[in-house]
Design a protein around this ligand. Structure first.
Ligand SMILES: Nc1ncnc2c1ncn2[C@@H]1O[C@H](COP(=O)(O)OP(=O)(O)OP(=O)(O)O)[C@@H](O)[C@H]1O
Length: 246
């Protein structure tokens, strides 16, 4: 089930300041592939993730369209339905995927019961979440632990579109590799997967992503395979792929 931003512009006006956070963005997340979304901090990656999951802030003004499965999504009612299993988001701050007052285990079991897709054990193993932590509350987890719990939560409904915002940011290299391998298998099974990441060395060494989209200042500035982008003679692009400038 592909997801796509079509000429999407998002303007946020909080009353105290206003900013165009996405500027005519075209971004396709195709079935069976991992699309990696890269770009400098604050360039709009999480906003693109929010747009693809119908979770932009209330103050956002939008032009353009978001398509899921080839159809434009037309409002919060439709988004609520899609988020009920078809489209999943792993948020950048995993703790926000959980209620503070209940244990992580209780909340994962609740998702298992509600969707009856993946089992608790399968989701935790795939996300590399240690189940012995499940009796703890969300705030009693480390950053990397709660991020893996949030990935388990995102996998339990088995969404056909999975948007993962920095799933490996707080993980050691070995665990991060395991999470990337899970995302690879998930895409290989047919899902459309978008992964926001700053982990270019992992992308380059493991060749896990099929396609790279590079953003800057709210716009998509380059797209292609990693090897194609790494060969571009643009200082911003080069800065990502050859940080030493060589
Ligand atoms: N809830 C919000 N309300 C208003 N503006 C926001 C909100 N969240 C983010 N922004 C603004 O939107 C712009 C894009 O932010 P975004 O979170 O998409 O960046 P990012 O590329 O994901 O950065 P990072 O790599 O640091 O996570 C920033 O200028 C930020 O200040």
């Amino acid at each position: 089930m592909p997801a796509e931003l079509c000429e999407l512009t998002v303007h946020i006006d909080t009353g105290r300041w206003s900013e165009t956070v996405l500027d005519a963005v075209d971004l396709l997340v195709p079935d069976g592939k991992i699309t990696a979304l890269l770009g400098e901090s604050g360039c709009g990656k999480s906003m693109a993730a929010a747009a693809l999951t119908g979770s932009l802030p209330g103050s956002a003004r939008i032009t353009g369209q978001v398509h899921v499965d080839g159809e434009p999504v037309g409002g919060q009612h439709q988004w609520r339905r899609l988020r009920g299993g078809a489209v999943g988001l792993l948020p950048q701050a995993g703790v926000t995927a959980f209620r503070a007052e209940d244990t992580v285990g209780a909340q994962l079991r609740e998702l298992e019961d509600r969707y009856r897709r993946w089992s608790f054990d399968r989701a935790c193993a795939a996300a590399r979440y240690p189940t012995e932590l499940a009796d703890l509350h969300p705030h009693q987890h480390s950053g990397g632990q709660i991020q893996r719990a949030a990935l388990a939560a995102a996998l339990l409904p088995e969404p056909r579109v999975l948007i993962a915002d920095e799933p490996t940011a707080s993980l050691d290299t070995g665990t991060a590799y395991g999470v990337w391998a899970t995302l690879r298998r998930y895409a290989d099974a047919g899902a459309a997967v978008l992964v926001i990441t700053h982990d270019v060395p992992m992308l380059a060494s493991a060749r896990i992503a099929d396609h790279i989209v590079l953003m800057r200042g709210g716009k998509v500035t380059a797209t292609g395979r990693l090897t194609d982008l790494a060969a571009l003679d643009d200082p911003y692009v080069r800065g990502f792929f050859q940080p030493s400038g060589h």
